[in-house]
Design a protein around this ligand. Structure first.
Ligand code: SF4
Length: 754
């Protein structure tokens, strides 16, 4: 067996390799394992078989080959012929198995007693208690007084089962997912513009575009495998990056548009204005396939280059230059992520990107599109089948015909299909504060770290009569608050499907045993139904595979039709399948985009131009708080609240040990801050003690904090996009100063635990 020192050496070598390749990992590691010290695995670890599945971290949805011995996973590598990643993976994917093996895995249900202490209980007692506590709350305060908060990390079959059991079985009215934090804006933007939540692209478009416009997106770090696809583009594309920071992606851009925080909407309207002036529009496409263009064209007249320059901090010439580069392109594509979605006018900013694609006819053709890259591995599954904002299959809770259709397809009494749409995440939390919600079930998400403005969040949860948390780990900031903690299996310990950003349905499999008494989320939802006395309604939902067949029925005739997938066990050999894939005349090509025929999902078949006046920042910088705080992903080795990635020795070596704030050298000098020294960042709501990373990549007057540290959301401002109710994490007013000795000593961040 290897000694601890051997292991550390091995990790160091592996980490050096990762750094040297700038996050790009190839099959070389497998071909030459000895080169990286991985060739001397103990005999028991030598694999005797492999199986294919998709990664469980991000929405890229890479194919991974799991190496098995005796049916159990012993190693993992990127699948060489999977169409998404073609043999590459980011560090998280390589370490996907490691994070399953952690000392803080949740292995047994924990129930808090009247003395405030938690004790281990059997599943029977756990589920009996959950059912009786939720039932008594509902009896006293109405069925809507118990709600759930779910996730984009569990399988589509699990999400659908949870949504059905909670709403049709347990009588809940309100349930939302953490996808509200990352994707709600894109959902609303697409639904209103296209008539359905339908990201139109395939990843191949990154290789076929000759002008790639990235808005509030840093794929080098957030979606490294997609950035790999950009680097393979043979057309020497223009790469325009709209981002205040000189991110890793912006460094590789042909034009970096370093706009002031949240002035991107003004810039996009300005680009539309310039494209009109340059007559770089596709009149025939607009005429045949869209509605509202004349009003939009009149609206953007006010956004001349000088006005845009004033608002964004760019020069008027730069704005004209950017428009010219888009105008010259035969195939322009517009991509956005959280810099757009997580803002106070996110929906209109996303729709401004859609407007650019529509007016230039850059949609439905290779290398084009208005393309939202989503975040979590199964955010797209959540958008279609979680039964939260939308009734199953992208239907409408308020539409009696939709409810009747779902009731008939599921064999569930019509009156059990609630006619009331769910409250959004923030409204559910308001309901907890006001006493309207008294029981809450949180599944596979960590809002006590990730929700905006943490100061009020913990007080809010403390108001609940009963909090159930279902998670892989007992140590998350949310799990430790639970009255009842249910131990859940993770990715690799269960099976089902995920849907990635390009609408590709992929399969995950059970390749490892969950520890202790932990069960798959699917099994826990089945237990919840049984103990609630509504199990008979879900007899057909007896396995992930049978639920997949139910989802197929629910999808029939919908834009997301997947009835052509006969057997989900064949998904891995197929390289995943993008929706739509109807049983009749399916398109068999491996890379498919939407709207090639110019028909959108509105009843008239036309896409909509949607727009409004840009609004001021919710909390502009002031004399007391002179900086704008930006937040985002810190490194490719970190995932959200780090409940998983912090478990990997390798991943921890790939990002700074201590949390840090990026600040420009001019600002640091003016404030007397030392590079690497401890500083305090304060907003009107809270403070964080972090190290100063002095770098010219952040503009003066702005600072940047990675979202992975728990203190970041002590600072953020609870503002939401009015249409999507997505939190606006990206800009609020803060100040910064050197930390005093006692502040550093009293700060949790100085530990190495995260
Ligand atoms: Fe691919 Fe995302 Fe997994 Fe990395 S985390 S391997 S990019 S799916």
């Amino acid at each position: 067996m290897k000694t601890e020192s051997d292991r550390n050496t091995l990790i160091e070598r592996f980490a050096r390799f990762l750094r040297a390749r700038n996050g790009r990992l190839t099959r070389e590691l497998l071909r030459e394992p000895g080169r990286f010290g991985l060739g001397q695995l103990p005999a028991a670890k030598v694999p005797d078989a492999t199986t294919e599945m998709v990664c469980g971290f991000c929405s890229t949805g890479c194919g991974m080959t799991v190496h098995l011995r005796g049916g159990q996973a012993v190693n993992i590598s990127p699948t060489t012929d999977y169409p998404v990643n073609q043999g590459t993976a980011c560090p998280k994917g390589w370490e996907a198995l490691t994070v399953l093996d952690a000392p803080d895995r949740s292995t047994v249900p924990l129930l808090r007693g009247t003395d405030g202490r938690r004790r281990q209980v059997e599943w029977g007692e756990a589920m009996t208690t959950m059912a009786s506590r939720f039932r008594s709350i509902q009896a006293a305060h109405g069925p809507q007084s118990v709600a759930f908060l779910s996730t984009g990390q569990i399988t589509t079959e699990e999400m659908a089962l949870l949504g059905a059991v909670a709403k049709f079985g347990m009588g809940m009215v309100h349930g939302d997912g953490n996808t509200r934090q990352c994707m709600a804006t894109a959902v609303v933007a697409y639904k209103n513009a296209f008539g359905f939540d339908a990201p139109p692209f395939t990843y191949q478009d990154l290789e076929e575009s000759d002008c790639i416009v990235l808005i509030g997106a840093n794929p080098c770090i957030a979606h490294p495998v997609l950035w790999e696809r950009v680097t393979r583009n043979p057309h020497s594309p223009e790469i325009l990056v709209i981002d205040p920071r000189m991110t890793e992606t912006a460094m590789a851009a042909t034009l970096h548009l370093s706009v002031r925080p949240k002035s991107d909407l003004t810039l996009l309207y300005g680009l539309a204005h310039e494209l009109l002036k340059q007559n770089a529009i596709d009149g025939a496409f607009i005429e045949e396939h869209t509605r509202g263009f004349d009003e939009f064209a009149a609206f953007v007249q006010q956004f001349d280059a000088d006005r845009v320059a004033d608002a964004t901090g760019l020069s008027a010439q730069t704005v004209r230059d950017a428009a010219l580069r888009i105008a010259r392109a035969r195939r322009a594509s517009f991509w956005w992520t959280m810099g757009v979605n997580q803002s106070h006018q996110g929906v209109k900013t996303a729709q401004a990107a859609i407007n650019l694609a529509l007016m230039t006819g850059n949609i439905g053709r290779p290398g084009t599109g208005a393309n939202s890259i989503t975040g979590q591995c199964n955010a797209m599954g959540s958008r279609l089948f979680s039964n939260t904002t939308n009734l199953l299959g992208g239907r409408d809770f308020t539409n009696p015909a939709d409810r009747a259709e779902v009731a008939a397809l599921l064999g569930i009494p019509y009156e059990r299909i609630t006619a009331q749409p769910s409250w959004s995440y923030d409204r559910i939390l308001d309901g907890v504060r006001s006493g309207e919600i008294r029981g809450l079930w949180i599944i596979a998400t960590n809002p006590a770290h990730s929700w905006i403005d943490q100061n009020s969040f913990r007080e809010t949860l403390a108001k609940l009569d009963f909090l159930v948390v279902q998670d892989m780990y007992h140590s998350t900031e949310t799990a430790v608050l639970a009255d009842l903690l249910l131990p859940a299996a993770g990715w690799g310990e269960k099976e089902g499907t995920f849907i990635n950003s390009e609408r590709r349905v992929g399969l995950i499999k059970k390749v490892s045993r969950a520890p202790g008494l932990a069960l798959s989320d699917f099994h826990i939802f089945k237990l919840a139904a049984a103990y609630y006395g509504c199990g008979a309604l879900f007899e057909e939902w007896d396995s992930p595979e049978s639920v997949f067949q139910i989802l197929k029925r629910l999808s029939a005739g919908r834009p997301c039709d997947i009835t052509g997938i006969a057997d989900y066990r064949a998904l891995d050999q197929a390289g995943g399948v993008q929706w739509p894939y109807p049983s009749e005349n399916p398109d068999l090509s491996q890379e498919r985009r939407l709207f090639a025929d110019g028909r959108f999902y509105h009843s008239d078949g036309r896409a909509r131009f949607l727009f409004e006046q840009p609004k001021d920042l919710p909390e502009p910088a002031s004399t007391s708080y002179p900086f704008q705080l930006l937040t985002g992903r810190g490194s490719a080795a970190q995932w959200h609240t780090q409940t998983r990635t912090a478990k990997s020795d390798v991943l921890r070596k790939l990002h700074p040990r201590d949390p840090y704030v990026e600040i420009h050298p001019v600002d640091a000098k003016a404030l007397g801050l030392t590079p690497g020294g401890w500083v305090v960042v304060e907003s009107r709501r809270g403070s964080a003690v972090v190290r100063a990373f002095v770098t010219p990549t952040i503009p003066t007057g702005q600072i940047f904090l990675p979202m992975h540290d728990g203190s970041t959301n002590l600072l953020t401002l609870a503002v939401f996009d009015p249409e999507s109710r997505q939190p606006a994490y990206k800009a609020c007013a803060v100040r910064i100063r050197a930390a005093r000795g006692e502040e550093v000593r009293g700060n949790d961040n100085t530990s190495t635990s995260h």
